[in-house]
Design a protein. Structure first.
Ligand code: FAD
Length: 500
């Protein structure tokens, strides 16, 4: 096999947020760094490129955000009502939504390092702004909810553009159209990476490898094998390149698989969204996130989840899966004129599929669902709605009574024309199964021992998310474990270099 002309201290496999966090962190420590990205230059950046840029950190209180926001003017701070959100709240959220299954040591790293990592990202040119989807105007105040008040400037596109620029400035080498295929080891330590480029294999010598090449959500075969046959039909919301290659490579090299291999993050997405993420239309424009304010029915006109169980940030990652279980994997989000003005920006886009009607009967016809059943669902729901103060910025407890499934918050009657129905299906975002790493991002073998010079970051880290996940944690986890893996790899490389 051909050998590449140059050797490296650190090779990072993957080209998303976790990969570039790792590459820049290692480069900052003086390492010679190569990033190997499977995508072409037109299809680079992974799922990170497709994101809304929402990023969850333990900011503490509003003061903690002053040096983070680049767009909020001093005079606007008086108008902000910001709940406290520190390490404890973040950690508790992870444990709550994963039913206590998240690996405590990893959750601790993520939550404790989130804020310092945001400051580090800023120091490398990543810009953060107000997350406009996470507050409601109330008594002339911006009332934030859900622990996610920050997003990256220009979403995932802005994030990745900042990383590419910085990597270039720092002298990180990047190979596009290059797929990592296997790890080369000697005496239980990494010595190289085999890659495939233009159909040709070559070996690149290196002292360490950081695997940051995502999960297996874009592999139809692996989705069916690990998550279930029905996942064949899921829309892939992000890159086509995340087919689990890094997981295969790591396991083949002795890494321990861990975490929730049978589960994934999935979101309700526009029924007519592209079947796989379109790099010409990034920005997460097909998701549909305002359902806690409305109702969801399936193709038979029947409700199947508690739309108002919690804020969207804590239910959306699992409601995609519920949609997949419905006939034809199809559902409709319903809103009447009372709540229509409160919907998020994605409902305004020309890409949004919608039917609009002046009566419930007309709506059922346009949705092509059984009219009698649909009307019964709506009338039964309306009759069960309890009195109470409606407030979308808090869990208002305005609920239904005697209805299954209940609507536990934000239950308003559905009775004010015009009525809107948005057809949705299940879009898979990323998979939860990964490989075992310790709190230094070192990849562990079956004896719980680090494999010399092998690290993992981002979606490849197993054991953090089970069943569900607090929105905005994917980017944060990628950055935290990316930065950490770069630092640990640099320390390792220095130690083996000194010994030599
Ligand atoms: C539509 C959408 C919206 C989202 N919105 C948010 C959000 O607002 N906030 C949030 O926190 N999370 C969000 N997520 C989740 C988020 O994208 C991920 O959690 C995060 O980006 C993972 O980062 P990563 O670097 O691990 O993976 P990725 O960004 O997916 O990067 C993986 C990289 O590896 C490359 N690769 C794959 N195989 C190989 C190989 N064999 N060799 C070389 N390279 C390879 C891929 O091309 C890609 O560049 C969203 C995801 C999607 C799809």
């Amino acid at each position: 096999m051909e050998s590449y002309s140059k050797s490296y201290d650190v090779i990072v496999v993957g080209g998303g947020n976790a990969a570039f966090s790792a590459a820049i962190s290692a480069r900052e420590k003086g390492m010679g760094v190569l990033v190997v990205e499977k995508g072409s230059q037109d299809k680079r950046g992974g799922n990170s490129y497709f994101t809304d840029g929402a990023i969850r950190m333990a900011y503490g209180d509003l003061e903690g955000l002053r040096s983070v926001y680049s767009d909020l003017k001093d005079e606007d701070y008086d108008r902000v009502d910001m709940p406290v959100y520190g390490e404890k709240e973040y950690y508790d959220d992870i444990m709550r939504v994963t039913n206590g299954k998240s690996e405590p040591a990893l959750a601790k790293v993520l939550t404790s390092q989130s804020y310092p990592t945001i400051k580090w990202m800023q120091s490398h040119g990543v810009e953060f702004i107000v997350n406009e989807n996470q507050y409601f105007e109330k008594d002339n105040k911006m009332s934030f909810w859900g622990g996610l008040p920050v997003k990256t400037y220009q979403k995932g596109i802005g994030l990745m553009t900042a990383w590419w620029k910085r990597a270039d400035e720092l002298g990180v080498d990047v190979l596009y159209n290059t797929k990592g295929t296997s790890l080369v080891k000697s005496d239980n330590a990494i010595t190289g990476l085999v890659v495939e480029q233009d159909g040709k294999e070559m070996q690149i010598d290196t002292k360490s490898v950081i695997l940051a090449c995502g999960g297996f959500e874009a592999s139809e075969q692996k989705r069916m094998k690990y998550i279930g046959d029905e996942w064949k039909n899921a829309v892939v919301r992000g890159t086509e390149h995340n087919t689990g290659d890094g997981l295969d490579m790591a396991i083949e090299a002795g890494a321990t698989p861990i975490g929730d291999w049978s589960a994934c993050h999935a979101h309700t997405t526009d029924y007519n969204a592209p079947r796989v993420g379109d790099f010409e239309k990034p920005g997460d424009i097909y998701k549909k996130s305002s359902y806690p304010l409305g109702l969801i029915v399936n193709n038979e006109g029947v409700r199947f989840v508690d739309e108002g169980a919690d804020f969207r940030n804590y239910t959306y990652a699992k409601y995609g899966k519920e949609t997949l279980k419905q006939p034809e994997q199809k559902a409709f989000q319903l809103y009447d004129q009372k709540v229509r003005p409160l919907l998020r920006v994605e409902y305004e886009l020309e890409e949004a599929s919608v039917v609009k009607a002046d009566s419930l009967e007309e709506l059922a016809e346009k949705m092509n669902v059984p009219k009698e059943k649909f009307l019964e669902t709506i009338h039964t729901y309306n009759a069960s709605v309890q009195e109470g103060d409606y407030d979308p910025s808090v869990k208002d407890g305005k609920s239904t009574k005697g209805l299954t499934p209940a609507k536990s918050n934000w239950a308003l009657t559905f009775d004010e024309a015009p009525f809107y129905a948005y057809p949705v299906t299940c879009g898979i975002t990323f998979t939860f199964g990964g490989i075992k790493v310790n709190d230094q991002a070192e990849v562990l073998d079956s004896e719980e021992q680090p494999i010399g010079g092998l690290y993992a970051a981002g979606e490849m880290v197993g054991g953090l998310f089970y069943e569900n996940y607090p929105g905005g944690s994917g980017l944060m986890s990628g950055a935290v474990f990316g930065k950490l893996s770069g630092e640990t790899a640099a320390t390792y490389v220095e130690s083996v270099t000194t010994k030599a």
